[in-house]
Design a protein around this ligand. Structure first.
Ligand SMILES: [Zn+2]
Length: 304
């Protein structure tokens, strides 16, 4: 076999997914499995996948991994991981010892961005900003099909920045960021993440809905849902205008649960120019191509 095989692992909070692709990005095999939510179980699950995939690829396969946190280049320790048992662990080093091979590891938002930049919705663009909007709100930057990590390894990870041009209603909000390392008022994640959007809605209308239910209301012509989505789009456009002022990407690609809201792709491009300091806005706002597979595919592409 002349193909160069790549193994990608997406290490999630409750399950681990693994994929084997060839150098054209074609999927050879995919598996996923739940694991006991602790450090050792995660390592043994990854090991099981890697050993089985390496047999298929005659042992010639690289291993890349997406994690829900950050691996510090300086200390080699994981920090700010949603899966708490990864924090303050030499996760990459421990895995390399267990697997007996070198691996590459990156934050899952960066893996999403890389996957979409290489052969997803961003494949025709040089500069791509990938945005994940689910329970949290994060992102990653890619230029010429490579991830820009930045001096502090947080390039593109814009979730906990303040909401720009806040209205008096937004300034008056009681909602503070729940993240133990943030806690800022006007934190963008509290307005833009799926959880944040639902909180804003529920606070105002005394409801207990989740975001997909509010989106469904909007489809059924509920005025409250339409109003809140209009506000949501305006807030999101303000944030994007700041990113255009800094990185000026050719494409912004949305992932996560909130990326399934169809109206965003029609409405955001109309609002963004209002806040952007540019004679014209050429940046495309696109839905991801690979969906939930972007983490695992991007992990494999870390060896490119
Ligand atoms: Zn925050």
């Amino acid at each position: 076999m002349s193909d160069k095989f790549k193994i990608g692992i997406d290490y999630g909070g409750t399950k681990i997914e693994a994929i084997l692709i060839n150098d054209k990005g074609e999927e050879i095999k995919r598996e996923r499995s739940h694991y006991d939510q602790n450090y050792e179980s995660g390592i043994s699950t990854v090991k099981k996948f890697v050993e089985s995939f390496k047999k298929i690829s005659n042992k010639e396969a690289t291993v890349g991994m997406a994690i829900p946190g950050f691996l510090s280049n300086e200390t080699g320790l994981v920090h700010n991981a949603n899966s708490d048992w990864l924090n303050n662990k030499f996760f990459k080093k421990d895995l390399e010892t267990s697997l007996n091979c070198e691996i590459k590891m990156m934050n899952d938002a960066n893996c999403f961005t890389l996957s979409e930049a290489i052969d997803g919705a961003g494949k025709d663009f040089k500069s791509v900003f990938g945005v994940i909007i689910g329970t949290g709100f994060g992102g990653g930057l890619s230029f010429k099909k490579e991830i820009i990590e930045g001096a502090n390894q947080v390039a593109g990870d814009w979730g906990h920045q303040p909401l720009p041009y806040p209205t008096s209603e937004e300034i008056g909000t009681e909602i503070k960021c729940v993240s133990p390392t943030c806690g800022r008022p006007l934190c963008a994640e509290q307005f833009i993440s799926g959880t944040g959007f639902a909180n804003v809605f529920n606070n105002k209308y005394n409801t207990k809905l989740i975001s997909p239910e509010i989106v469904e209301l909007d489809k059924n012509k509920d005025q409250r849902a339409d109003n809140e989505l209009k506000l949501y789009e305006d807030r999101f456009a303000r944030l994007i205008s700041v990113m255009i002022g800094v990185f000026d990407p050719e494409a912004i690609i949305l992932g996560g649960g909130m990326s399934n809201i169809d109206r965003l792709y029609n409405n955001l491009p109309k609002i963004i120019p209002k806040y952007t300091f540019s004679e014209k806005v050429r940046t495309k706002v696109l839905k991801n191509k690979h969906g939930d597979s972007s983490g695992v595919r991007g992990a494999a592409w870390l060896w490119n």
